[in-house]
Design a protein around this ligand. Sequence first.
Ligand SMILES: [Zn+2]
Ligand SMILES: [Zn+2]
Length: 384
Amino acid sequence: MRALVLDAEWNPRDDYELSPEESETHKAMNSGQVWQHPELRVEECERPEPDDDEVLVRVRCTGVCGSDVAMTETDDDGYMHYSAYTRYPNVIGHEFVGDVVETGADVDLFEEGDPVTAEVTDYCGRCEMCRRGHHGHCNNFEQLGFTIPGAFAEYVAVPEKILWDVSELRNAYEDDRSFYRAAATIEPSTINYYGLFGRAEGIQPGDYYVFHGAGPIGLTGMNVARAAGAGKVIAFEPSDERRAIAADLGFQHVYNPIETDPVAMINEVTEGMGGDVHVETSGAVTQTYPVIDDTLAEGANVVHISNAATAPELALRKYQGATAQMYGSEGHTGQGIYPRVIRLMAAGHLDNLPIVTSTFDLADADDAVRQARKRIDGKVLVEM
Ligand SMILES: [Zn+2]
Ligand SMILES: [Zn+2]
């Protein structure tokens, strides 16, 4: 089968201390410290064989994630920007939808023909973190498209326990192509849903939301916020193209943070109340947190979703003064997040189809990642 493979050189930085596990397995906990000179290629690979507890999925559509982009970008020394858990060479891609074509001997939740998507983290279910209910932070986790083969491929093998049926969505879309494209955006929506409703507590219909960054995660988050009854959705995004996508989605309060004063804009739109919910989706935290600090509504929830290497200074006194709280949020595993996002989409409350702005064939999947690097799209998809 054909697949998009990322390869890189294992060259730990001189000042990076490898753990014994990293040395043994060549799975890097911090990719940016270890992997040098990443290269992307569409190649012929072995078609995966599903284990007894796995399902073989014929992939239909896979979205390019910011993490896929960061894996291909490097610093001046050639080390990749992506800083989490990976092993290469690997087939990348994790925001996908496809149809079940084969089931392992122990699989009974799915059958051939079911359209499915998957959570990214394959957790063990037995470690301390899993037993506490934090499956997303499993001590023995693997991740599709990061440490095990992913979905920029004709086929992917996926453990049954992280798969979700999406057939409910079919009725919400006119044709198969739209259905599959929309279903490929479930994963980025769940990242937001988990942050807003799995992690933060007390977000209410009518709340004023501020999204700091309207890239693929910010845009899907704005859609989730609207579906959840946001009073107003405000967003700041420097890319003209991305602001235009947000405007096409019907969002009225979308501004360039470089040309406007974000604090003044938030105060104007909220009539001085501030943001009830702030979502950090840009990664430019040294610029966004000073704005957040100054526009906290009473009882505000700040949800930190982006993956930023730098650390902002926080005006903690202002959090006290506003009885505000901050929630760190990573991933989307467990807590019924997937089925609820699927229901929202099936009910027509959450439609990400207009966010999809570029599509590529699998043969050109490397170009799809290059397109995403321009940071002007809503979502770039690869169709198989
Ligand atoms: Zn992703
Ligand atoms: Zn575990």
